[in-house]
Ligand binder design. Sequence first.
Ligand SMILES: [Zn+2]
Length: 236
Amino acid sequence: MSMEQLIELQGIDTKLKDLNDLLGDLPSKVQGLNEQEDSIKSSLVENKKRLKELEVELHKKEIDISQIDGKVNTLKDQLFLVTNNKQYDALMKEVDHQKDKKSVFENESIDLLEEKEQLVGSVESMESELKDLSEDLSKRREKLESAISESADEKSILEKERQKRIDKIDLNIVSVYDRVMGARDGLAVVHVEGTGCGGCGAHIPPQTVTEVRAETRIHRCDICSRFLYNQEKVVN
Ligand SMILES: [Zn+2]
């Protein structure tokens, strides 16, 4: 075999790698955005649920407070009917007690109102965040889907081409090629640049350079193990 098949194989594998790299980023981005969207959606559900609870609690506090007001009014009316100090003191004590209860309820109402205010604010900002995110996400999903379908055709063509080359290359060479591909970030076939390896830059002995040019046999770089070819032999 000549180096030609290996050079072509490398070209195909580089294109396949580019295709995968292109997709490689997009799916994980879309997935990340999906997760973000889900988490905002579930926080929104939680917050809205809590808001409803707060409304109920606040309403209950209002009723409690107005009941106390009613009691205090009744107690005050009774003050006019008392006949001795003891009765008066007892009534006043009860009035104070009711007033204390009222102020506890009022403080609780204030806390609930503050919580409600904060929640309303965060629900608003979450809703606008979600809107932006969903827009971004739908664009990226579209892009991903079209990229996948576009690249699917290209990928299957490239894979068929790849198989054609593989069939022509000695199995031992293919297995070395695969190993070097894995170890050298998808680049297993490089040209000789002057007297250096086009992959790692290591010096190539003049004798080897001459042999690479003459294509007497297959050579690999001693340092990075990549297959070497003569620069003039560029195949597209
Ligand atoms: Zn090298």
